[in-house]
Ligand binder design. Sequence first.
Ligand code: SF4
Length: 208
Amino acid sequence: MKPYSPVHIISENSKCGCSINLPIRGHCRPTKNCAACCYAKSGYTRLPASMRKQIYVSRYLASKDISRLKEECRAKSAVRISGTGDLLMSHVKNLVQLAKDLPMVQFWGMTRKLEIANAVNKKVPNLRILLSVDGTSPSRVWNYQGPMCWGPRIATDQVKDDPRIKTVFPYHFVGRVVKGMPRHAKDCKAVWHEISGCLSCGRCWSWS
Ligand code: SF4
């Protein structure tokens, strides 16, 4: 039987445009709030076909030849990394090379892992990762001096007034912010359905 291979390695979605989706299992290191609110635990990304593809993509991103992914990314202006799941250290080498090879494509995303943020940021100008934190993150995350995002923001959270935090993600479920959520000045406007999506925004990768 022919080994499984998806039609496309990158996935399309209405908010980010396109993303490289990875598995949760064996990849994420969630905080308490992240585990409780995770958007990738339900819906389309939990379908068996999506999960199969996520496992494939993770192995592929750590493999010797990522030429197919490179060709798919070449046609894009921005590619979200870890649209679901999280990166592994075994992905970093290929990711940095991918960004180097395609300087006209913006690669961006989030990670919960300090070691990934440290390994990826400041290597290539068009590869930018936010360290994702929330009200239940371990205190050591605040030693990180690079850019961050806060999410999920639950209604009782007091988000630190910290210039490292570029974007805040209010807790949302199946595409809607949960009831009773107050606004925060740094909230992602796409989550509130005030803009069409990341390609018309760019805040998560436009930091200096
Ligand atoms: S702040 Fe902008 S770039 Fe970041 S996730 Fe929201 S829409 Fe996308």
